[in-house]
Design a protein around this ligand. Sequence first.
Ligand SMILES: Cc1cc2nc3c(=O)[nH]c(=O)nc-3n(C[C@H](O)[C@H](O)[C@H](O)COP(=O)(O)OP(=O)(O)OC[C@H]3O[C@@H](n4cnc5c(N)ncnc54)[C@H](O)[C@@H]3O)c2cc1C
Length: 330
Amino acid sequence: MDYLSEIEGKQAHDPMFLEKMKESSSSSSSCLCVPGPVIVGAGPSGLATAACLKEKGVPSVILERSNCMASLWQLKTYDRLRLHLPKQFCELPLMGFPTGFPTYPSKQQFVDYLEAYARKFDIKPRFNETVSQAEYDPTLGFWRVTSVGVKGKEMEYVCRWLVVATGENAEAMMPEMEGMGEFSGDIRHTSLYKSGEEFRGKRVLVVGCGNSGMEVCLDLCNHNARPSLVVRDTVHVLPQEMLGTSTFGLSMWLLKWFPLRLVDRFLLIVSWLMLGDTSRFGLARPHLGPLQLKNLSGKTPVLDVGTLAKIKSGDIKNCCCCRYVRASRA
Ligand SMILES: Cc1cc2nc3c(=O)[nH]c(=O)nc-3n(C[C@H](O)[C@H](O)[C@H](O)COP(=O)(O)OP(=O)(O)OC[C@H]3O[C@@H](n4cnc5c(N)ncnc54)[C@H](O)[C@@H]3O)c2cc1C
């Protein structure tokens, strides 16, 4: 912290720095010098970064484009969502989950935890500020970060460090499919799906068999809708728990002792014993093991929370690919 005050103190009396600041602020509506890092994104990563910095006495500013913390969880997820991984693997540094929380906290519990976390470390993100540009100025040795507010008001932040914590799931990816324009039904991305309630009795095509697609199918089934799942690619489906513990936890533990390929082999054998041959239900496995594939391509295995049983029973129909969308009445 002392060195930050020292830098600030020097800058306050440096005519060249002040002149440059004046020039830069005259070109945009407002300019703010931040005596620590600017963090982009108030999701779990941004909050954790701010808390760890604060613990070391380093102040920071979080810029968040939406109007709340953890916007992915609060605004873009379905109602039945629980953490896919056990809580001990999802907690942020310096503060654990409350002891009463279940192994897989609900989305509301996770959001409550994140809000309590922000309160504990007195983290107050600047909401409704979308970072549109970040440029390193080598002459000054500072980042110039531009954000745009709701009414288009631009703000420039000048800081020495920039932390980008904008997440890997924050942007919805909507594939283009032939016939989408003419389709009379509702087409929506999972980030806008809340519950199967509004689809009761309807036929719904779910495109994509990752964790979200599989769980949405289950939710639709539980609300008496008639879902079909489009499976374009191979996929690893693993039980969420095996041998009385979480598959993820067990994998992490085994990786401490055994090579990745051996752990993959183990996971596949136990999955086969518990789930059977998934390719019989249209879910063929990739050639690479689940952990190796995750390492090489980032593709996450599906942790089954009950969808596979519904596919086996025929409550969820399987389609192998989706080339075009055609108008239908159901
Ligand atoms: C359905 C689902 C289930 C999941 N389950 C789990 C789980 O069980 N366990 C787990 O660990 N992870 C899970 N994840 C992964 C999830 O990505 C993480 O839980 C977590 O949200 C990642 O945190 P993050 O802060 O890195 O990113 P995010 O939570 O995505 O936060 C990024 C933030 O950056 C903001 N932002 C983006 N661009 C800008 C910009 N230009 N300017 C300002 N702000 C910006 C966004 O609005 C957002 O608030 C799940 C994800 C999904 C979609």
